[in-house]
Design a protein around this ligand. Structure first.
Ligand SMILES: CC(C)(COP(=O)(O)OP(=O)(O)OC[C@H]1O[C@@H](n2cnc3c(N)ncnc32)[C@H](O)[C@@H]1OP(=O)(O)O)[C@@H](O)C(=O)NCCC(=O)NCCS
Length: 184
């Protein structure tokens, strides 16, 4: 790993087609737009219209958007960009042991951006000495987390804007180097 990669480990997960940059204050509006786009274009295959509306409402203007804006300000995140620099996906740690947000525009899904961002957050967690990351995964993201070695601890039900959702509490220990071999 180069010196830059050891201080900015997310760099090793970037490619020409998928530049990864830190999430800065000027990216917050784009992140909210990605959130709305992801929910409105990807979620309808697995969620009801009422669920899609309630979920995307969290990123719509009005007082309902405040928790999301506060999380973006508090947390540490990364943005995946296309060749022309446009933000296509983002991920956020808030607090630092918790993957709070992972969203990709529908048009850019299944290009490996979500997985690359997740691995980059895990690497950042290792750099910070965090023993274990946790999240609450959606029906859509649960297979992606699982494919990266995350495990479901339990399923929970909650109300978002008065509509019932089921999600998966998941966690992954970070206490070994990525790809390390355990030899007996
Ligand atoms: C989850 C999400 C961030 C994945 O982003 P991505 O850039 O497509 O991720 P990758 O390309 O690295 O991984 C693809 C995997 O994500 C899941 N996925 C991506 N797009 C999907 C879609 N349209 N429908 C169902 N699953 C999808 C699948 O598990 C897929 O693996 P597969 O192609 O082998 O089936 C993106 O689908 C999204 O924003 N979803 C809506 C919001 C959401 O559920 N966020 C998670 C909240 S915790």
């Amino acid at each position: 790993m180069s010196t830059e990669e050891s201080t900015q480990p997310y760099r090793q997960y970037a490619t020409e087609m998928n530049a990864i940059t830190p999430l800065a204050a000027q990216d917050h509006d784009a992140a909210l737009e990605i959130y709305r786009d992801a929910v409105e274009t990807v979620a309808p295959a697995q969620y009801s219209p009422a669920q899609v509306k309630a979920w995307s409402q969290q990123a719509r203007s009005g007082s309902g958007i405040t928790p999301l804006r506060n999380s973006l300000r508090r947390g540490w995140g990364l943005v995946s960009r296309s060749v022309d620099g446009k933000a296509e996906a983002f991920a956020l740690l808030d607090p630092e042991d918790h993957v709070a947000l992972l969203y990709c525009r529908g048009r850019a899904c299944r290009e490996g951006r979500g997985g690359a961002l997740l691995r980059a957050l895990e690497e950042e967690g290792r750099r910070r000495g965090i023993p274990r990351l946790r999240t609450e995964a959606s029906l859509i993201s649960e297979p992606l987390f699982r494919s990266q070695g995350w495990q479901v601890s339990w399923q929970e039900e909650l109300l978002i804007n008065g509509v019932l959702f089921r999600r998966f509490r998941m966690a992954k220990p970070l206490n070994q180097a990525q790809g390390a071999l355990i030899l007996s």
